[in-house]
Design a protein around this ligand. Structure first.
Ligand code: BG6
Length: 484
C-alpha cells in the first residue's frame, strides 16, 4: 500500500493521462493499492469545474474499459480526484496552488509531482514548484516524476539535469522509461540469474550475437511534428532498446536491491563502445516507410505524406550494431532495431548461439528468446531428429514457457510505475548516469544522420525489414529473426 500522499498530475488532460494515467490510477484503487487518504490533484491550464472534470474522468474510464468498470470503486475513486486550474496568465497561479495543498487538510503532505507535459516545460515547472517551496523535504517527502524524453541529446540532458538538480536530489527524481514497468522486462533478470543453466553459456564462448527488436505495425499517427523532431533512434533506441540490452547483458548485481541493479546497468551502458564515426554506415541503418497495406487497417499513407513535407530524412526504421567492451561480450555484435509500420508488431530479445559443428548439416542453430510483447514467453530452439527412417533429418523444436498465464494479473507498465513513485521505489526508473551513457552512444549517429541528408531508404508499409539493413551485420550467416 502506498504512503498517504498527494499525487499531482501536470498534463492531466493530455493523451497519456487519458489513456494510461487516470485509468491506471483507477485500477490501482480497484486493487486496493490506494489508501483512502491518497488524493490526486490534476493541474490544468484550463478553467474547468470539478463537475466537468469528474465527467471527463468518467469518459476516460468508459473508453478505456468499454463501459465495464466497478461503479462502487468509481465513487471511491472520484472522491480522491480534484481538479485545480493554474491559468497561464495568472502570476500567482503556483502560489495559490501551494496554498491549496499546504493548507487544505484534505491533502496529505507527502507530495509526488508527475510531469506529463511537453519536455520544454519540465524545468520551468520544477522551478515554479521550488519557488513556492513545494520541493524541500523535511518531515515529508517530495518526488518529481519526469516523462520521457529526458533531453534530446547529451547536452540538453545535462542542461535539464543541471536545472532540476538545483532544487532536487537524485533520490527525489523519477525519470521514466515505461518499458521498465513491463513485467516481461523484469523477468529478464530473474530468468538470467535464478536459472543456473543460463549463466555458464551467457558469454562470447557460446553466443554468436544478440538481437533486440521492437516492431510496430502502427505509424506515427497524430504525432507527426513530435516524431519528425525525434525519429526512431531517439524515440525507442536511446531509451527502451538500450534498457533491454542492459538487462540482457549486465553482470549479476550484488543484491537485487534497486541501487545494486542500477549500478550494474550503468556499468554496462558505460562499457558499450562508441560507434566509429568514419564507419557509421556499417553500424547504423535508417529508413522511412512509404505507403502500403497494413493488416486490419488497409491502405496507409507514407511517412512523408503524413508529414506533408517530402524533404524530411527522419527515420521511422533504425537498426544499429553495438559492441560491449568487457570480457564476457568481447567481439559479440549486438543488433538493435526498431520500426514503425512493419508487417508485424512485437518486442523480443533473441540470443543466437554459435554453431559448434564443422559439418553444416549438423549445425546446431540454437536460439534463446525472451518474448516481451504481445506474447510474454521464454523459449529455447533446438534441433531434433524427425522420427522416421532418415537418420539425419532434423527440425527445429521450440521449448517454450509462457511467462503470462490466462489467469495472471494484467498490470499496465504505468500502473507499476505510479505505484513505485508513491512507494518510493526508484529501481524501475532511470539514473541520470544511464541517461547520459545512452545519449553518448546515440548522439554521434543522430548528428551524422542529420548532417547527411542523402536520400533515405524507403520501405513499403506492411512489409519486412528493408533488405538494405543487412549492411550492419558483421557476418554473412547472420539474418534478422522474425518474432513469434
Ligand atoms: C513510446 C514511443 O515511448 O513507446 C512510441 O514514444 C512507441 O513511439 C511506444 O509507440 C511503444 O510502447 P509500447 O509499450 O506500446 O511498446
Amino acid at each position: 500500500m502506498a504512503d498517504k500522499s498527494t499525487l499531482v498530475l501536470f498534463g492531466a488532460r493530455g493523451n497519456l493521462s487519458r489513456i494510461k494515467l487516470i485509468p491506471g490510477l483507477f485500477r490501482l484503487d480497484e486493487a486496493g493499492k490506494l489508501s483512502d487518504e491518497i488524493k490526486i490533484v490534476s493541474v490544468g491550464r484550463q478553467n474547468i469545474s470539478q463537475n466537468e472534470w469528474e465527467n471527463e474522468i468518467k469518459d476516460m474510464l468508459e473508453k478505456k474499459f468499454n463501459g465495464k468498470y466497478n461503479l462502487k470503486v468509481f465513487d471511491r475513486f472520484i472522491k480522491k480526484n480534484i481538479y485545480h486550474a493554474t491559468l497561464p496568465d495568472d502570476p500567482n497561479a503556483f502560489k495559490n496552488f501551494a496554498k491549496l495543498i499546504n493548507e487544505d487538510k484534505r491533502f496529505p503532505k507527502n507530495y509526488a509531482f508527475f510531469l506529463s507535459v511537453r519536455p520544454s516545460d519540465f524545468s520551468k515547472i520544477v522551478d515554479q514548484l521550488a519557488e513556492v517551496n513545494l520541493l524541500k523535504e523535511d518531515k515529508y517527502w517530495r518526488r518529481v516524476l519526469i516523462e520521457k524524453p529526458f533531453g534530446t541529446n547529451l547536452k540538453s540532458a545535462i542542461e535539464l539535469q543541471g536545472s532540476i538538480s538545483k532544487h532536487l536530489n537524485e533520490k527525489q527524481i523519477y525519470r521514466i522509461d515505461h518499458y521498465l514497468g513491463k513485467s516481461a522486462l523484469q523477468n529478464i533478470l530473474w530468468t538470467r540469474f535464478t536459472n543456473s543453466i543460463l549463466e555458464p553459456i551467457w558469454n562470447n564462448k557460446y553466443i554468436d550475437h544478440i538481437q533486440i527488436t521492437n516492431h510496430e505495425t502502427l505509424g506515427v499517427g497524430e504525432r507527426t511534428q513530435f516524431y519528425d523532431a525525434t525519429g526512431a533512434l531517439r524515440d525507442m533506441t536511446q531509451s527502451h532498446l538500450l534498457q533491454m540490452l542492459a538487462l540482457t547483458t549486465m553482470e549479476k548485481p550484488k543484491t537485487f536491491s534497486p541501487d545494486d541493479i542500477r549500478v550494474e546497468k550503468i556499468k554496462l551502458l558505460k562499457s558499450i563502445k562508441s560507434i566509429p564515426i568514419n564507419e557509421i554506415n556499417k553500424y547504423a541503418f535508417r529508413a522511412q516507410y512509404k505507403s502500403g497495406e497494413i493488416e486490419k487497417e488497409g491502405h496507409v499513407m507514407g511517412y512523408l505524406e503524413e508529414l506533408e513535407n517530402n524533404k524530411s530524412v527522419v527515420e521511422t526504421y533504425a537498426a544499429i550494431r553495438l559492441h560491449i567492451d568487457n570480457p564476457r561480450w568481447k567481439n559479440i555484435p549486438i543488433y538493435l532495431r526498431t520500426a514503425k509500420r512493419l508487417d508485424q508488431s512485437g518486442t523480443f530479445i533473441s540470443v543466437k548461439f554459435k554453431n559448434k559443428q564443422n559439418d553444416k548439416k549438423l549445425n546446431s542453430n540454437n536460439w534463446f528468446v525472451f518474448n516481451i510483447q504481445p506474447k510474454e514467453s521464454t523459449y529455447f530452439e533446438i534441433q531434433t531428429k524427425i522420427p522416421g527412417l532418415n537418420d539425419s533429418d532434423l527440425r527445429t523444436t521450440k521449448l517454450e514457457g509462457m511467462n503470462r498465464l490466462d489467469f495472471d494479473e494484467k498490470i499496465d507498465a504505468y500502473e507499476t510505475l505510479m505505484l513505485d513513485l508513491l512507494e518510493g521505489n526508484q529501481s524501475r526508473f532511470l539514473h541520470i548516469d544511464e541517461v547520459k551513457a545512452a545519449w553518448s552512444l546515440i548522439d554521434p549517429i543522430i548528428k551524422y544522420w542529420s548532417e547527411n541528408k542523402e536520400k533515405v531508404h524507403q520501405y513499403e508499409a506492411g512489409t519486412d525489414d528493408p533488405k538494405e539493413s543487412k549492411i550492419i551485420f558483421e557476418n554473412k550467416d547472420q539474418f534478422w529473426r522474425k518474432g513469434s
